[in-house]
Design a binder for this molecule. Structure first.
Ligand SMILES: [Zn+2]
Length: 478
């Protein structure tokens, strides 16, 4: 058996790799409904980028197929089994503040700087050149290898959904669209709404307490389910407590608990504002939820019966319950980590609906039906109805699967580093494959410039990733 120096083979093709990657990045492939048409459902730019990738593949001798512009593939090798490499040619809009033009793909300090350099056109070209190396070396393969190019990964994933309606699902595969060493497990993701209508509350015929201190007119906090809200505002109508007394209590509460906020009297009402710390909803314990903090304060007042139920629910089940502890749905998975609960939006209208919008992420060892039934039951206690807005099931490839062990071995051989495998709370493109993992392109310790201004890929990393992908393709398909 001859050993192949994959890095050496990549270096021989380095100039072409860089130039082709630059040309690819110079195509502005942002979603553009204005130029969408038959065969180009996401607009002209994305269509051009797709054609460019297919052209490089067919010049290398691969056979290609276009699935109505939603996605396309390029294939080589032979055999029954199919190995997939899934990547995307679309990019997010460039935004402002770049040091060099975002579609110039200039080389600055050993980096190619462009929108899409790391996400995902740079690594797409690295993987194509990796395949070219395998093909040009004439290595015998016993499997087919197929590149699948998606076109709206950054928006709705209609590309892969449409593609897999008619095309073959690879037996296994990887996506070069996240981090090295390897992401093998992704939590289930849900967006949920707990909604209590005015009618549902009135049906309970609950009476206000005799000594109501204030009536809650409205409460508003947060915009997105997957973010911890950093602002909240409540409007109260004073009853047994006058406006100044409520304001005094609130200021005292803020000071005693080291919280930031403000209170003012306005047209006979009291407006309370809370400030928190916004972080991503996958790890809500790292932030301060302004909405549940405010509900926690309000639960210390005697409010009208409907508001009392709303803030009681928030305080008991949601406030600082980042894993659903008091709901009784907390679950820790040794591999994938705990269930996480984020209350991203709170909306209360005395004359309308009372709503909590939640983002719950859960590991594979607890079933959705199991925990969502418990949540629904607790919601029903206060006449809330549970709606599932979005649900992606957990995605996991067995750590002993040859896909995982092979890629781990390749990574270690190419880098000399141990290839620890990663479970995450987010979602990668890898979950579009039945048996799929994310494999690169971002190396450990590198700052992630995806979706940022001055997005870039280090040329050294582009070359290293190409060598890794070349060996990976060969080892998986040989
Ligand atoms: Zn991406």
């Amino acid at each position: 058996m001859t050993t192949i120096n994959w890095l050496e083979e990549t270096r021989k093709r380095q100039e072409a790799l860089i130039a082709t990657t630059q040309s690819f990045l110079q195509i502005k492939s942002v979603l553009d409904p204005a130029t969408a048409k038959e065969g180009a459902p996401f607009g002209e730019g994305i269509r051009k980028a797709l054609d460019f990738a297919l052209e490089v593949c067919s010049e290398a001798g691969m056979t290609t197929k276009d699935v109505r512009g939603y996605a396309a593939h390029a294939e080589f090798g032979q055999g029954e089994e199919l190995i997939g490499i899934l990547s995307h040619v679309d990019v997010v809009p460039e935004g402002d503040g770049w040091s060099t033009p975002p579609y110039a793909a200039e080389i600055v300090d050993g980096k190619i700087v462009a929108r899409g350099a790391i996400d995902d056109k740079g690594p797409t070209m690295a993987a194509i050149f990796a395949a070219k190396i395998v093909m040009e070396l004439g290595l015998p393969l016993s499997k087919r290898v197929r590149f699948i190019f998606g076109t709206d990964e950054e928006s709705s994933w209609k590309c892969v959904n449409t593609y897999f309606e008619t095309e073959e699902m690879p037996a296994m595969g990887f996506t070069p669209d996240a981090d090295f060493p390897l992401i093998y497990a992704e939590k289930g993701l849900t967006d949920l709404t707990l909604r209590q209508t005015k009618e549902a509350f009135e049906a309970k015929a609950e009476k206000d307490a005799a000594d109501v201190q204030a009536k809650l007119v409205s409460l508003q906090s947060g915009l997105r389910m997957n973010m911890v809200p950093d602002k909240a505002e409540a409007v109260l109508s004073p009853k047994a407590l006058d406006a100044q007394a409520i304001i005094g209590k609130y200021r005292q509460h803020l000071e005693a608990n080291d919280l930031k906020g403000a209170a003012e009297e306005k047209d006979g009402t009291v407006v309370l504002r809370m400030e928190g710390v916004s972080v991503h909803g996958m790890d809500p314990g790292k932030g301060v939820n302004a909405g549940t903090e405010l509900a926690h304060f309000l639960n210390g007042l005697t409010l009208d019966a409907r508001a009392a139920g709303y803030v009681r629910f928030a305080d008991r089940y949601l406030h600082k319950q980042h894993h659903g502890e008091s709901l009784g749905i907390a679950h820790n998975d040794e591999e994938m980590g705990p269930l996480s609960l984020n209350t991203g939006v709170l909306e209360y209208e005395a004359q309308g609906d009372a709503i909590f919008r939640l983002n719950i992420r859960y590991p594979h060892s607890i079933s959705f039906d199991q925990w969502s039934a418990v949540l629904a039951k607790h919601g029903a206690e206060e006449s809330f109805e549970l709606e599932v807005v979005e649900h992606l099931t957990p995605h996991r490839v067995d750590p002993n699967h040859p896909l995982v062990t092979t890629l781990q071995r390749v990574y270690t051989e190419q880098t000399g580093e141990e290839a620890g495998i990663i479970a995450i709370g987010g979602a990668t493109y890898g979950r579009s494959l039945d048996v799929g993992v994310a494999f690169g392109p971002l190396f450990p310790g590198r700052p992630d410039s995806a979706h940022q201004r001055d997005e870039h890929i280090l040329i050294d990393d582009l070359v290293k990733a190409t060598a890794i992908y070349a060996q990976a393709i060969y080892e998986l398909a040989k």
